[in-house]
Write a protein that binds this ligand. Structure first.
Ligand code: CP3
Length: 358
């Protein structure tokens, strides 16, 4: 396997000194890029893109051809796991994800089993291997999965939801069933991430997009407990080294200390958090990733520049910051504004890293 030429992202996750603040962006491959839309049209659909290792490799590399990003992220989706459990995933144009079958009652939850990632999700492992070959060591590859709770939201609701009332009703009315479902998801997610690492993923990220919608204690019991379980099950890389992990909980600010103590290496923050305050709260226990409001990218490049500087200053000096957005890039983003962001972070961040050995 090719030697890694740029390990700034991995070093920042380990809170080691770096010459500048590394940057990658959630949804960096996506509909804001015309070349992505062209590849997706050729593949036929978003899911066909995910299921074709060659097409997934192509779109994973597209943002790296345009911008000096410090990491690539596997092109896939968190919902491939429940799809592999037999729920039948569809993406209706302009409607978001839908499952043909939901998992909301005792019988359907009893039937659930964790898939074998090297069988039912073999196309993802093939994509990871093909992306690693195509990257040829330029930057590290991030693998990912949804958190057990966020997957449960889609599995129980059958798709997105404004208030997640069906899954929340299940948590309150039948906590025994909710725990059974979450335990299967935790097993599935751990197996899936370990298979991605065995195939070549060099860091892993858990997306807990909906954990932040839970009541304070419910979050700890139904979301974070299963994130901890996944993290505790992560195996080392094929070369025996520890694979750094990132936990992103949208709206997770209230539980920051608990997330930082979950066993992850880095915590992803959305734009409602102050990086300076978060840093005071977690000390040197974890690295922090984030947290520019993705909608800043709709404004002119000078505004993007100013707001990126603000995020860098908010974190301040020293290692342990991975620059990112607070959530995914929206499709309406002009690609030139992303260029302005990446260049600003590369040019402005070295002054926050003065370690001469870095
Ligand atoms: O970040 C990346 O570039 C890697 C690829 C990636 C996608 N989805 C591609 C995608 C990742 C890491 C995800 C994670 C994901 N998927 C999450 C967690 C992160 C988050 O956004 O909160 C969630 C909740 C999903 C489920 C999902 N996938 C939804 C709700 C939707 C529809 C909304 C939307 O943005 O269209 C998707 C579709 C999706 N996933 C697209 C992409 C590029 C757009 C599909 C298209 O091309 O039509």
């Amino acid at each position: 396997m090719a030697r890694l030429q740029n390990d700034v992202f991995l070093r920042a996750l380990r809170r080691e000194p770096t010459p500048y603040t590394p940057i990658w962006l959630m949804r960096q491959a996506g509909r804001y890029l015309p070349e992505y839309n062209a590849t997706r049209a050729r593949a036929g659909s978003f899911l066909a893109l995910c299921k074709s290792p060659a097409a997934a490799t192509e779109v994973t590399l597209q943002p790296l051809a345009r911008y000096r990003l410090d990491a690539a992220i596997l092109f896939s989706d968190i919902l491939t796991v429940p799809d592999a459990m037999g729920l039948g995933l569809r993406f209706a144009e302009g409607e978001g994800p839908r499952f043909e079958r939901t998992t909301a009652d005792e019988a359907s939850i009893a039937r659930l089993a964790a898939p074998d990632p090297n069988v039912e999700l073999a196309y993802v492992m093939d994509a990871v291997r093909e992306i690693r070959r195509a990257l040829a060591g330029r930057v590290p590859l991030i693998g990912f999965a949804g958190s057990p709770f966020t997957l449960a939201c889609y599995m129980v609701e059958g798709g997105g939801s404004a208030d997640f009332r069906t899954v929340k009703r299940l948590l309150y009315a039948r906590p025994d069933l909710a725990h059974r479902l979450l335990a299967v998801n935790a097993r599935a997610v751990a197996d899936y991430l370990n298979a991605q690492v065995a195939a070549g993923a060099q860091a892993v990220m858990l997306f807990d997009t909906w954990g932040g919608t839970l009541a304070h204690d419910a979050y700890l019991e139904f979301s974070l407990a299963y994130v901890r379980r996944v993290l505790a099950s992560l195996a080392p890389a094929p070369d025996g080294t520890r694979v750094p992990s990132i936990v992103f909980t949208k709206g997770g600010g209230p539980w920051l200390e608990a997330i930082a103590a979950s066993g992850c290496d880095a915590v992803g923050l959305d734009w409602t958090a102050s990086l300076a305050a978060a840093r005071r709260r977690v000390g040197d226990r974890v690295a922090l990733q984030g947290n520019l409001d993705p909608l800043v990218l709709l404004a002119a490049p000078d505004v993007v520049h100013r707001e990126a500087e603000r995020v860098l200053a908010d974190y301040g000096s020293g290692p342990g910051h991975v620059f990112n957005l607070g959530h995914g890039i929206v499709p309406q983003t002009p690609p030139e504004h992303v260029a302005a962001l990446v260049e600003t972070v590369r040019a402005a961040s070295p002054r926050y890293h003065r370690d001469p050995g870095a």
